[in-house]
Design a protein around this ligand. Structure first.
Ligand SMILES: Nc1ncnc2c1ncn2[C@@H]1O[C@H](COP(=O)(O)OP(=O)(O)OP(=O)(O)O)[C@@H](O)[C@H]1O
Length: 329
């Protein structure tokens, strides 16, 4: 899916003119994740700082050692201070509790994204490119847009009973195993290369586990599977379009599950997932809705917005329509 380009406010000049709220009056907390992109965000900070200053944007830099520490800093700020998240999907995800409105709807603290992570999948869907600071900052002059978020509750296994806010989505089984293996990928690889290396390693260890997937209470699939995903965005893994039918502004989530596949079939499927041409495949089950429940017969790896979250036996996901106010999406 191509995300439509943002609409400037009438009269807005993308390089300098004010939006409905003049840019110079909006204050930003720049949350820089020094570990994102394996240090890329930290290394690029001087260049980004110069771009911020050149635009006269008032900002405070928050650089912490963990997402939890950054979240605590942001939560202590006045509610009208906007966040500029500098990093990948995990950097944004860690801040969502400070961005989603109190009832899970809109009205929360505004968010801008400056992608400098490894995969930058949600930013990629928005058309933002890593290192293109001019585009990311110029778009702050556009009208803010509400985008959906997801709330995932772990039903069994590691972290049972905990809930997590997501912007991009989650994956279980093969996807999450790939995430686990990505951590072991050779240091010389980055972004898509790391994902491809880990995907081939996971392919060698492929296992099928019985799963039940329901969307809005209706059975989507029950049977042996190697992966399931529940998505708000279209892509993960640094560019695999796992959910090409997703639209983070449609108020719905998209659930996918594989049926039983051999290694060769999965390899063929991966080639179709990359450009997002797998939804018609007979071994791919897909539906959109407001809630999804995935139940595995055995503990299965889970990733949340690309961050490994242990092994679980079940997850319930609900969409939070228009929960996040996006400034440069
Ligand atoms: N503000 C923060 N400061 C420090 N660490 C953070 C912060 N936010 C998140 N983290 C941790 O840093 C990890 C990496 O961040 P992030 O996911 O943004 O980068 P990435 O993995 O390189 O990019 P991507 O998720 O797009 O592939 C996260 O998994 C999280 O544990």
């Amino acid at each position: 899916m191509r995300w439509p380009q943002p609409t400037p406010y009438p009269g807005a000049n993308v390089t300098s003119a004010p939006s409905a709220r003049p840019l110079s009056q909006r204050t930003y907390a720049v949350v820089l994740n020094p570990t994102a992109g394996r240090g890329l965000a930290r290394r690029e900070w001087p260049r980004l700082e110069a771009e911020l200053r050149a635009r006269g944007l008032p900002f405070e830099l928050l650089s912490e050692a963990s997402g939890a520490a950054a979240l605590a800093r942001v939560q202590a700020l006045p509610p009208d201070v906007a966040v500029l998240a500098v990093g990948g999907d995990g950097t944004v995800g860690a801040l969502l509790p400070a961005l989603v409105g109190p009832a899970g709807g809109g009205g929360g603290r505004p968010l801008g994204i400056v992608p400098l992570g490894s995969g930058n999948d949600f930013a990629g869907l928005l058309g933002l490119k890593a290192g293109d600071f001019a585009s990311a900052l110029d778009r702050l002059a556009f009208a803010p847009r509400q985008v959906d978020a997801l709330r995932a509750t772990i039903l069994g296994g590691d972290g049972a009973g905990t809930s997590h806010l997501l912007l991009n989505g989650l994956g279980m089984g093969f996807d999450a195993q790939v995430t686990a293996l990505t951590l072991r990928a050779p240091a010389r690889l980055s972004g898509f290369g790391r994902y491809a290396w880990a995907a081939l390693a996971a392919l060698r260890e492929l296992t099928l586990t019985p799963v039940q997937v329901e969307v809005d209470g209706q059975a989507l699939y029950a049977g042996p599977s190697c992966l399931a995903a529940v998505m708000n965005g279209t892509r993960y893994g640094g560019g695999f379009h796992i959910s090409p039918a997703s639209d983070p502004r449609d108020g719905r989530l998209n659930a996918l599950a594989s049926g039983p596949v051999t290694r060769a079939q999965l390899l063929g499927l991966m080639a179709r997932v990359l450009p997002g041409r797998h939804l018609g495949h007979p071994r791919v089950h897909h539906a959109a809705g407001h809630t999804a429940t995935v139940t595995w017969a055995r503990p299965t790896y889970l990733h949340l917005d690309g961050d490994l979250a242990g092994q679980v036996t079940g997850v319930r996901v609900e969409v939070l329509p228009g929960a996040v106010t996006l400034l440069n999406g």
